[in-house]
Ligand binder design. Structure first.
Ligand SMILES: [Zn+2]
Length: 343
């Protein structure tokens, strides 16, 4: 099969022929339809901060995978050859207390497809257990690829603040209106009546956010950013929830400064920032937490939201042979929403 592989840190990828995978007991080989191209991939390519090192070279990337069941290992009865599937990317041991509670993506023994297990920038992907697959039914796998990481991670974070946004006159700030933040804005718009504020340093992203559900956009570098966010509801109390997709010291400080009493701050971005924490800092009874990826049940919810509300990314398509162009366009911020490799 063809695979786009990273020969060494910082190199261009090379598309080459490697042996097709064959499934062992309980395993499934998926014929890849599409695999997303993500900023994490640029980080992995260059061994940047926040992502683990690849286990060996040459390495096959690709963690946003969809396709069709191609071959079943012994004992797999949940799927048939030809079924359209999304590949849930966080593969735990399936047996520990964390996994049994449904949080396999943060299992102490987790491995991630395309990061610490060979990924889907190839014709076929070996999936080590059928439970990592979510059926797509008659949905188009190419359209679904960005849902498996970007769409899932944004939903995982949004689901953690929905209880703060049920009553009227509620508001939520999304810090970082890039690929993940855009998904979050779309989910919040579909699932709540809250006022959604997009916060970003980039004017283009702020403008785009206003077209997909945000009712207000704030430049986080402006002198009155805090004042604008405190007055979203007109009472000076701030917003009921903040989702921070950047996660540096300055964005966390902004979140802490503008979250209303009893609000919530959810950190998603791996910018490495920290937040001072005390009895009244952030505000009284504010809950502070993190969100990583999303559970397999969350991915099923994301696929339902796509069916019911059409929530997805505008995907820029590339062929596998154009993988280096896709990575370059991503690094240069030339892709408006998400990029996908179509096999
Ligand atoms: Zn586990």
């Amino acid at each position: 099969m063809r695979a786009a592989r990273l020969p060494s840190t910082g190199s261009d990828l090379v598309v080459e022929e490697i042996p097709d995978p064959t499934p062992g007991p309980g395993q499934v080989v998926v014929k890849i339809a599409a695999s997303g191209v993500c900023h994490s991939d640029v980080t992995i390519q260059n061994a940047g901060p926040g992502m683990p090192s690849v286990p060996y070279f040459p390495w096959t990337l690709g963690h946003e995978n969809t396709g069709y069941v191609h071959a079943l290992g012994d004992g797999v009865t949940d799927f048939e050859v030809g079924d359209a599937v999304a590949v849930w990317p966080g593969w735990g041991d399936g047996t520990c207390r964390v996994c049994r509670a449904g949080h396999e993506h943060i299992c102490p023994n987790v491995s991630y497809v395309g990061v610490t297990q060979p990924g889907g920038w190839a014709d076929y992907l070996l999936v080590p257990a059928a439970r990592h697959l979510v059926p797509l039914g008659d949905l188009d796998p190419v359209e679904a690829a960005p849902l498996t990481d970007a769409g899932l991670t944004a939903y995982g974070a949004v689901s953690k603040v929905l209880d703060r946004l049920i009553e009227s006159d509620r508001s939520v700030a999304v810090i970082g209106a890039g690929g993940l933040g855009q998904f979050a804005i779309k989910y919040l718009s579909a699932l709540t009546s809250a006022r959604i504020v997009a916060v970003d340093i980039d004017a283009g992203k702020r403008e785009h956010a206003l077209t997909i559900g945000a009712s207000m956009a704030v430049d986080s570098t402006s002198d009155d950013a805090v004042g604008q966010l405190l007055n979203v509801s007109g009472d000076g109390l701030g917003v009921d929830a903040v989702i921070d997709f950047v996660g540096v010291d300055s964005t966390l400080a902004l979140a802490a400064g503008v979250t209303a009493p009893c609000g919530a701050i959810v950190l998603v971005g791996i910018g490495g920032g920290t937040l001072p924490f005390g009895y009244t800092n952030p505000n009284q009874q504010v809950q502070v937490g993190t969100s990583s990826l999303g559970s397999r049940a969350d991915l099923a919810s994301v696929i339902s939201l796509w069916k019911e509300h059409g929530i997805n990314a505008d995907a820029t398509r590339y062929s596998l042979d154009d993988v280096n162009q896709a990575l370059q366009d991503l690094a240069e911020h030339k892709i408006a929403e998400r990029g996908v490799l179509v096999m």
